[in-house]
Design a protein around this ligand. Structure first.
Ligand SMILES: Cc1cc2nc3c(=O)[nH]c(=O)nc-3n(C[C@H](O)[C@H](O)[C@H](O)COP(=O)(O)O)c2cc1C
Length: 208
């Protein structure tokens, strides 16, 4: 079987974790909206869609973010940095989140009810699961956003180097919003590292 025709592979092989951006090269609001639309095509448990995105674009907001990110300069130079949050209370609004799929006759009202019941039973008194799902969903969304950026000819970089409390205050996050990752997006400079080497597949794969 040949894998050469897989259209996603060249995008994955070209993506690098960019830290150096060409300053003064903006990302447009339309690009930001399209990136978040693509990010929300990521899957989530029960289709909870337990994520929120803050697009940090103004100089003032970038300065606040840079302080929260221990002075890492890429958040100032990138056109936009997304604060990708997972949310912990999405089970409470799951019926509403699923309604469009019911209206489109993709799932039945019975499925909607059974998923809401199951998600409520497992999540409502389980802060650890709420947090785990928030991290799972936000991480999938962040990666989807980075792949989309690459496909749009933009560079990107994931970051977990930030002080959660400083970030929370600077961007007035609610208690239900967990800042999972920052994702910078912009026009890459010339002097970034190429994609780094990965462990060989046989070191990380086990068939069972
Ligand atoms: C969750 C996560 C957090 C990261 N945090 C930072 C960070 O705070 N600052 C930074 O410069 N790079 C950060 N990186 C980038 C990693 O160093 C980079 O992804 C890794 O070296 C692989 O690089 P490559 O994708 O270009 O091969 C982070 C990456 C991930 C996935």
């Amino acid at each position: 079987m040949s894998f050469t025709a897989n259209p996603v592979t060249p995008i994955l092989e070209a993506r690098t974790s960019t830290t150096r951006y060409r300053p003064g090269m903006p990302v447009t609001n339309d690009q930001v909206i399209e990136l978040v639309r693509c990010a929300t095509l990521a899957p989530s448990a029960y289709n909870l869609q337990n994520w929120r995105f803050i697009a940090v674009m103004s100089d003032a907001a970038k300065a606040r973010l840079c302080e929260a990110a221990y002075g890492q300069p890429q958040v100032k130079d990138a056109g936009v940095t997304f604060i990708v949050c997972g949310t912990t209370n999405a089970h409470k609004s799951l019926a509403n989140a699923l309604q469009a799929s019911v209206d489109a006759e993709i799932i039945s009202p019975q499925v909607q009810t059974s998923w809401v019941d199951a998600a409520t039973a497992s999540h409502q008194d389980n802060p650890q699961l709420q947090r785990d799902e928030a991290f799972r969903s936000a991480s999938l969304a962040a990666m989807t956003l980075m792949i989309s950026a690459q496909g749009m000819g933009l560079a990107s970089g994931a970051m977990s180097g930030f002080d959660e409390q400083v970030l929370r205050q600077a961007f007035e996050l609610s208690d239900q919003e967990l800042p999972v990752m920052l994702v910078t997006v912009g026009h890459g400079a010339e002097n970034n590292w190429p994609q780094k080497c990965r462990l060989p597949v046989e070191k990380v794969l086990r068939f069972a």
